[in-house]
Design a protein around this ligand. Structure first.
Ligand code: SF4
Length: 361
């Protein structure tokens, strides 16, 4: 689902503390990868970011248990989200990391044992792991953890253009079950998560976003080269400016940044990832709040995915699989963009060639 591991950035070219110091004040920061814990200076990065950001969450595969525990001890407020793609067999198959589930799970358990306050799972739902969705949610509940979901996306960031959900009704049914579990909870935060997952069903049916996308207006994504972009969901890099070479103000108020903002206004990718949805849910809070109220007050079964027209149309044969596929960002003929610099691409090519040779041995 993500080929970034085949196309890593060259370490010497990666973002430095000097560039990080130029970032503006932020209300929330997510550090992601690749794998953030590969960076030996992650602790210094987090320290610098805490001067700018009230809340920091790190997304990780959970493999480097000791590094994660040490960082959590040093920064007791930092959020840790461990990507687990299903129960053991499914997770290890999807991630291709032998013993990955056990390592991730062990890290989670140790964080819970040390009573780290902000710990959770992150799961990218697809055909292969959809049936593990509710069991994993229940496991996260037992451990008193957050449970974050996503579905397949295509972009330069994932170095992937061919991700697609094949059996939409089956995957959507698992999301529907999760939405009902979340709505049963007494925690309001989970009711809003239910809305987010309702939006994921809408997304996998290829429909326009339930909420507008405001990326590049109050939110941004910065990559290892210091390139600032609206998000990580575009097909190719849409660069607003470069923080290695520019000041934040110069970059943010540039004509180039405005051109990219105009593109966001007409973006048809319709992603539904928490990075772009969470700000929209805050901004248009009445929409999810009305949805939550309507469903909480409903007697009997709280949520049925058939409230979405696209789900009904597909079931009634008014929309075909091919039509829905065409609404997605999947392009079977496209070569995925990788967003790498020339030097990094050369290294990635050498890596890939050596992997092919190893597999032939
Ligand atoms: S919909 Fe928003 S988050 Fe997705 S690619 Fe377009 S601008 Fe980025």
């Amino acid at each position: 689902m993500c080929n970034r591991y085949k196309a890593p950035s060259r370490p010497e070219e990666e973002i430095t503390l000097d560039t990080i110091k130029k970032l503006p004040k932020m209300y929330f920061t997510n550090i992601t990868g690749g794998e953030p814990f590969i960076r030996q200076d992650l602790s210094s990065i987090v320290q610098e970011l805490y001067k700018k950001s009230d809340r920091i969450v790190i997304s990780t595969n959970g493999f480097f248990t000791d590094r994660i525990i040490n960082l959590a001890k040093e920064f007791p407020q930092v959020g840790i989200r461990i990507s687990i793609e299903g129960l053991q067999k499914t997770n290890d198959e999807i991630r291709g990391l032998p013993d990955g589930f056990n390592r991730g799970y062990e890290t989670l358990k140790r964080l819970v044992e040390m009573k780290h306050p902000d710990v959770g799972f992150g799961m990218t739902v697809q055909d292969r792991n959809a049936s593990d969705l509710v069991p994993l949610y229940k496991l996260s509940n037992e451990l008193g953890m957050e449970f974050a979901t996503a579905s397949l996306h295509n972009s330069f960031y994932f170095v992937e253009a061919k991700n697609i959900i094949h059996d939409r009704p089956m995957v959507a049914q698992n999301f529907e079950d999760l939405v009902n579990e979340l709505l049963k909870s007494s925690e309001p935060k989970k009711w809003f998560r239910a809305y987010f997952n309702h939006g994921l069903i809408n997304y996998i049916y290829g429909q326009p976003r339930l909420l507008p996308c405001d990326m590049a207006f109050d939110t941004f994504f910065i990559d290892p080269y210091g390139d600032v972009m609206p998000c990580n969901g575009t097909k190719d890099k849409e660069v607003m400016g470069n923080l290695n070479r520019q000041s934040w103000d110069e970059l943010w108020h540039s004509t180039r940044a405005d051109v990219v903002r105009e593109k966001v206004r007409h973006c048809s990718r319709n992603c539904w990832m928490i990075g772009s949805v969470s700000p929209a849910m805050h901004r248009f809070i009445w929409k999810p709040a009305t949805w939550v109220l309507r469903h909480k007050l409903r007697l009997g079964k709280k949520y049925d995915m058939h409230e979405l027209q696209s789900v009904r149309d597909y079931e009634d044969g008014k929309a075909t699989k091919e039509q829905l596929d065409a609404c997605s960002t999947c392009d079977m003929d496209a070569a995925a963009s990788d967003g790498l610099s020339e030097a990094s691409r050369e290294d990635a090519h050498i890596f890939e060639t050596s992997e092919v040779l190893k597999s032939k041995d």
